[in-house]
Design a binder for this molecule. Structure first.
Ligand SMILES: *Cc1c(COP(=O)(O)O)cnc(C)c1O
Length: 422
């Protein structure tokens, strides 16, 4: 039974006038969601990019249950606890070398807010007047006012424009036109007033699964370093294996000054985020003068249950061949994608690790493209959870997905294209 029309629930990114009812999901297992009308839906987008190993991984479920026996929640400004300490220690070991401090929060957006505040706080505390933030065209960093400000202006942000702060933007480094990005970034970085450049490494997610090379990322990092500009890597989506390595920055061999991790941090089971930074940024706040304190907190900072889930997720990465699974999934994704490369209905067929994307050749595009609802209906009929971004269809499955699952996903994409390209 669909959720009754009288529900008081207001769902995210949902136009209720067009979706009066939503299916009720009752259970999740591996790569599948079960609904109360008896459907088994293949979760081809990892429940909005959070689920890494699969739903309800037994080890993480057990770790959460065990944690509940001892400590539920505690004020993190007064105490520390073992799960938070353990996760921080492992994060520092796993992250690019040089990131030494870990600040917890509870979502991708808050991890980015923390990163921006760390960067601004750093310059404030060292007494240099640098306040500008540089962003990349088409970027997405969250839906709070601060993160909307550093993201692309679009239909998503139109109503809130008066609240958004001003940023400088560099063009997306389209293949063959990377030089324009480097020149723009270099010019901004030389101006002396830029605090930080924030970027999604290798893949711009919500902006349309736009991809650029590790060499471009490395060059952008060099330009920032030359201009003394802090580099913030928003790995909220790209982290935890999505792009083929644990973190996308690894592929460029760079250490950002600040890195944001969330989505896959707990394997997708519970909300948690971490913002890591270099020692200089921590040290700039370290003082007997209380005015230099880093003034940020969420009520649930480092919730012990979420930290226990993260600790177990990291233990899975340490003890199981997760990266091998990721590599195998990437290879299978690549084989599936090959069958789309000379089909003229699909443009810009692309891949980064476990993520694939393609644009359906349609007269209109963008998030509100007319074909969007038709694609959505077609995928729903096939019991496959895919949520195209306008005319961009992407596949970002949990790592437990089977070869047969993948075939079903790509068959559904071909069927959907048959419908909309007729
Ligand atoms: C999803 C996402 C965010 C926001 O994370 P939430 O947990 O939804 O607040 C930030 N940055 C990137 C790159 C994302 O993909």
């Amino acid at each position: 039974m669909d959720k009754p029309r009288s529900s008081p629930v207001w769902h995210p990114f949902t136009q209720h006038a067009l979706r009066p009812t939503l299916p009720v999901v009752t259970r999740a297992e591996g790569a599948y969601l079960m609904t109360d009308d008896g459907r088994r839906v293949l979760d081809a987008i990892s429940s909005w990019w959070v689920i890494t190993h699969g739903h309800r991984h037994p080890r993480i479920v057990a770790a959460v249950k065990a944690q509940l026996e001892t400590l539920d929640q505690v004020i993190f400004a007064e105490f520390t606890h073992e799960p938070a300490e353990r996760v921080a220690e492992r994060l520092v070991a796993l992250a690019p070398p040089g990131l030494a401090h870990v600040f917890y929060s509870d979502s991708g957006s808050t991890s980015v807010e923390v990163a921006l505040k760390m960067a601004l706080g750093y310059w404030h505390n060292v007494g240099e007047r640098r306040r500008r933030i540089v962003v990349m065209e088409h970027s997405y960093h969250g839906d709070t006012v601060g993160t909307m400000s550093v993201g692309a202006r679009s239909v998503f942000t139109a109503a809130y424009e008066p609240l958004l702060f001003d940023v400088a933007q560099v063009p997306f480094p389209t293949a063959g036109r990377e030089e324009a990005t480097f020149v723009a970034l270099d010019t901004l970085c030389r101006a002396g007033d830029v605090a930080a450049f924030i970027v999604e490494p290798l893949v711009l997610g919500a902006g349309g699964m736009l991809m650029y090379s590790a060499a471009v990322l490395a060059e952008m990092a060099r330009i920032c370093a030359r201009g003394g500009v802090l580099l913030i890597a928003d790995e909220v989506m790209t982290g935890w294996g999505r792009t083929g390595s644990m973190f996308a920055c690894e592929q460029a061999g760079i250490t950002p000054d600040i890195a944001c991790y969330s989505k896959g941090l707990t394997g997708g089971l519970l909300p948690l985020a971490a913002t890591l930074c270099r020692p200089e940024i921590f040290t700039a706040h370290w003082s007997t003068d209380r005015r230099r304190t880093f003034f940020h907190s969420s009520s649930y900072t480092a919730n012990p249950i979420a930290c226990a889930a993260a600790a177990e997720n990291i233990a899975i990465w340490d003890e199981e061949p997760v990266l091998g699974r990721v590599t195998e999934l990437a290879a299978r994704q690549s084989r599936e994608l090959d069958r789309f490369r000379d089909d003229r209905r699909f443009l810009n067929v692309r891949q980064s690790g476990t993520i694939t994307a393609m644009d359906i050749a349609a007269p209109d595009n963008g998030y509100l493209a007319a074909i969007g609802p038709k694609l959505h209906a077609s995928f729903q009929a096939a019991n496959i959870l895919l949520r195209p971004l306008g005319n961009t269809v992407y596949v970002m499955p949990p790592y437990c997905v089977t070869a047969d699952d993948l075939t079903a996903i790509y068959d559904a994409i071909r069927v959907a294209a048959d419908v909309v390209c007729r």
